[in-house]
Design a protein around this ligand. Structure first.
Ligand code: CMC
Length: 432
């Protein structure tokens, strides 16, 4: 809060003062909460590009400077010094876990990792070609039927339990969607593995050949999940908060809404779309200039997937880290992927092009991650499932923050109505 105010003039007459709010990073915002009451007017902001929907202490990002921090810690440092579970704990609880807290959390996650056996039958009924994101969304909301949230006695304890169940079971569900797709038997989680090792074991272990998760894959997966863990008020997180704001305390349903929002190719679904695009360029002879020209053509809906961002007007710091992880993993595994070469050439060509320069379009998080998943033998339609696993602690943290927000209200934007004015209903014989 500051003492400064912005004066609002309409047709030359001052109608009100708008308070100016200042956040901890000195960014300013106009507080328009009383605007309609005092002027009768609303604001118009499609896509909410200028709208602050809440106050938050979770993630800071500076789109001009390319900065991303979770709870004040730079993403670059978290990637190097923590594993995914420590970062999830940080987002959800607000501080990094001590050794004892870390151990207790692992025990809790292990305790809640199994899925009710009746839920397994749901997986079996999906057609083979079902997209794993549709199964993930359905199973997440189904958890609320199998693990009821009883907030009558000790709501905070119950919410804590729900959070742990979700964090642990989403991993089991994600792995089962993959096994279903492959027509393989489900593999249950095992306590001796780490969070990421366990997931890889549930994906890839076989009844006929011994399997041990590759440490390079485990390290890469930890980094990738951290990279996706939160990104303040993005589309899916806003969906989670919005569903939460309707009340009822059902975290499972809010997360399921987040998964549905994430699926879209403008959001988390872009990681799958990037690989489809790179493959297409490769199969078409590798002409990256042709792809750039198509993306610039306003008569062609084609866009460079993995490029552009609502907030970043510079290189997305996650893309920079993604590229580093990608090069490291491919080198460690001794893989030479022609799609990486195409991606690098495409990036270079686009970044030199005036169209991309003028619009500040840079690679985003999804540009390189698909190539890493590919190197780990994960099929393309699982990429957004992995993004969901990574984003889960962020969604949870925002949902919890919304619950304790003293200013929270049901999410309910207004509109400019552009439809017909009042008219009477004609009899069916008189209609055209
Ligand atoms: N390729 C070509 N042109 C683009 C692209 C692109 N990838 N992205 C934006 N533009 C152009 C757009 O046509 C517009 O041009 P003009 O001013 O001439 O009309 C201008 O840049 C601004 O674009 P916008 O659509 O108004 O920007 P937005 O903030 O509404 O959309 C975006 C952001 C990420 C949806 C968009 O950049 C996009 O569709 N990118 C491709 C999909 C993608 O990679 N999504 C992942 C986003 S990051 C991870 C995540 O959030 O999940």
């Amino acid at each position: 809060m500051s003492n400064r105010k912005a004066e609002v003039f309409i047709d030359g007459n001052k109608v009100m003062d708008l308070p100016i709010l200042i956040d901890t990073m000195e960014n300013e915002a106009l507080d328009i909460r009383d605007l309609r009451k005092q002027t009768g007017m609303i604001t118009y902001d499609p896509g909410f590009g200028n709208t602050g929907s809440c106050q938050s202490q979770i993630t800071y990002l500076d789109g001009e400077k390319g900065i991303l921090r979770y709870r004040g810690y730079p993403i670059e440092e978290l990637i190097e010094k923590c594993d995914f579970i420590e970062v999830a704990y940080l987002l959800i609880h607000g501080h990094l876990p001590s050794k004892a807290e870390r151990e207790r959390y692992t025990q809790l996650l292990n305790r809640h990792s199994l899925l009710h056996v009746d839920m397994q039958s749901f997986f079996r009924r999906y057609p083979e070609h079902a997209h794993p994101m549709s199964i993930l969304a359905a199973m997440s909301v189904s958890l609320s039927s199998f693990y009821e949230i009883n907030v009558d006695e000790d709501p905070e304890l119950e919410i804590d339990l729900t959070v742990t169940r979700l964090m642990s079971k989403i991993r089991t569900i994600a792995a089962f969607t993959y096994r279903k797709m492959r027509g393989s038997d489900f593999v249950n989680p095992r306590h001796e593995y780490s969070y990421c090792g366990n997931f890889l074991n549930m994906l890839f272990s076989s009844p006929v050949v011994p399997y041990e998760p590759n440490p390079v894959h485990i390290k890469a997966l930890n980094k990738l999940l951290i990279l996706h863990a939160d990104h303040e008020q993005n589309c899916s997180t806003t969906a989670v908060r919005l569903v939460g704001s309707a009340g009822g305390g059902n975290l499972y349903s809010a997360v399921s809404a987040g998964i549905c929002a994430l699926w879209g190719p403008r959001h988390g679904g872009a990681n799958q779309a990037v690989i489809d695009m790179l493959q297409q360029i490769h199969d078409d002879g590798g002409d990256v200039q042709k792809a750039v020209d198509r993306a610039k053509d306003k008569n062609d809906p084609y866009r460079l997937m993995g490029f552009g961002h609502r907030v970043y007007k510079t290189y997305d710091p996650r893309a920079k880290i993604g590229r580093e992880i990608c090069e490291e993993v491919l080198a460690d595994l001794g893989i030479k992927d022609p799609l990486l070469e195409i991606a690098e050439k495409l990036e270079e060509t686009a970044l030199q092009d005036d169209y991309f320069k003028e619009r500040f379009l840079y690679p985003n998080v999804d540009f390189y991650t698909g190539i890493i998943f590919r190197a780990m033998n994960i099929p393309t339609n699982m990429y957004t499932v992995l993004f969901s696993m990574g984003r889960l602690p962020g969604w949870i943290a925002h949902w919890l923050e919304w619950r304790h927000d003293p200013f929270e209200r049901i999410g309910r934007p207004r509109q400019l109505y552009m439809g017909p004015t009042a008219r009477s209903v004609p009899h069916i014989d008189e209609r055209e």
